[in-house]
Design a protein around this ligand. Structure first.
Ligand SMILES: Nc1ncnc2c1ncn2[C@@H]1O[C@H](COP(=O)(O)OP(=O)(O)OP(=O)(O)O)[C@@H](O)[C@H]1O
Ligand SMILES: [Mg+2]
Length: 326
């Protein structure tokens, strides 16, 4: 069953040098319980996509199109209606876990506040003892060692991994159907990263959540996702089942990302790197947005922009993969 459907999403930011478009023609569908890996280099628009879905774009950002959750278009919601959805339907783990918690309040107070908000929204009266039990259950869900001790601490007394677990516990308190995790491990040590990724996967299947996992690291996305979406210059360049995308990438950009995988791709002791840099939104190339870095670009690629073509049930934005080369 399709749970989340995005149609023709376009996002703009107002800046001192004018309005800049950073997401173009985003169309995608996510089935209930699936996990979608959203992969792209820094600045490709990953966080903007996540923030658009939870309607938490900064004040200078504006989204157009449709974001349909369980048949309802979130972009048409009032902010009061959206607060309800955000508290129950969707939860987003932000890129910087330290900003998700209040530095001057104990963890216990912050988590209890979250449960209180949940029940207030549902108009249910629940006693404090039951709320405390609920908080402890979630802290055990995220496998925090010594939750009874940790709950009395302030955020600065916790490690990055512990903070991220507390933030995930806070999300679980709202029993979300969809969890969006925006680079949830990029601020953490490598050893802790793998634990948090395993935890998120485990919780996803335990609570049958739909997961949108944002990362710049294709190998992480490979580990967590059923489907992959490759974002570049605000466009979807490729979208399809993870195994198929990894085994047979359709877009030259995906091919380049795969060649940069550390495993087995050292050439004369050097790791393959993609040439060039991602484009600036103020200086997008004419034609295909990837043409300056594409080893296969031909005349047409410098003139026209390819659409997102269907290729055997997968999608790719590349003239080479479109039989008519149109
Ligand atoms: N509030 C804002 N005002 C203006 N431009 C913004 C704003 N937030 C983001 N941008 C621009 O939008 C583009 C996409 O940013 P976004 O944060 O979505 O990228 P990202 O893929 O999440 O990058 P990263 O991997 O660095 O987190 C970038 O060019 C960024 O500079
Ligand atoms: Mg980001």
């Amino acid at each position: 069953m399709v749970q989340l459907k995005i149609e023709d999403l376009q996002v703009y930011y107002k800046t001192p040098i004018g309005s800049i478009k950073v997401l173009y023609d985003i169309d995608l569908e996510v089935e209930k319980g699936d996990s979608l890996g959203i992969v792209g280099e820094s600045g490709s628009g990953k966080s903007t996509l996540g923030l658009s879905i939870v309607r938490l774009l900064p004040p200078n950002g504006k989204a157009y199109g449709k974001i349909i959750l369980d048949g309802r278009d979130l972009l048409s919601f009032s902010s009061a209606e959206m607060t309800k959805v955000r508290g129950t339907g969707i939860f987003m783990i932000m890129q910087d876990p330290f900003n998700s918690l209040n530095p001057v309040k104990r963890i216990s107070d912050q988590l209890l506040e979250a449960v209180e908000i949940k029940y207030a929204r549902k108009n249910e009266k629940v006693d404090k003892g039951k709320m405390y039990d609920e908080v402890m259950k979630r802290l055990r869900d995220v496998k925090l060692p010594d939750p009874e001790l940790i709950i009395n601490r302030y955020p600065h007394q916790l490690s990055g991994g512990q903070i991220q677990r507390v933030v995930i516990a806070m999300g679980l308190l709202f029993e979300p159907e969809i969890m969006i995790a925006d680079e949830p491990t990029s601020a953490l040590d490598v050893s802790v990263q793998a634990q948090i990724i395993a935890l998120i996967k485990e919780l996803q299947s335990k609570y049958n959540m739909t997961l949108l996992f944002i990362t710049h690291d294709l190998s992480v996305a490979y580990a967590v996702s059923d489907k992959l979406l490759i974002l570049y210059g605000g466009r979807i360049l490729e979208y399809g089942p993870t195994e198929e995308v990894i085994n047979e990438p359709l877009h030259p950009y995906t091919e380049g990302l795969l060649k940069s995988f550390p495993k087995g791709n050292y050439k004369e002791g050097k790791l393959y790197t993609l040439n060039g840099m991602p484009p600036l939104f103020t200086e997008l190339p004419k034609g295909c947005v990837f043409n300056p870095r594409c080893p296969y670009a031909f005349d047409k690629c410098f003139v026209d922009e390819p659409s997102l073509y269907d290729v055997d049930g997968r999608r790719v934005r590349c003239f080479l993969k479109n039989e008519n080369k149109q």
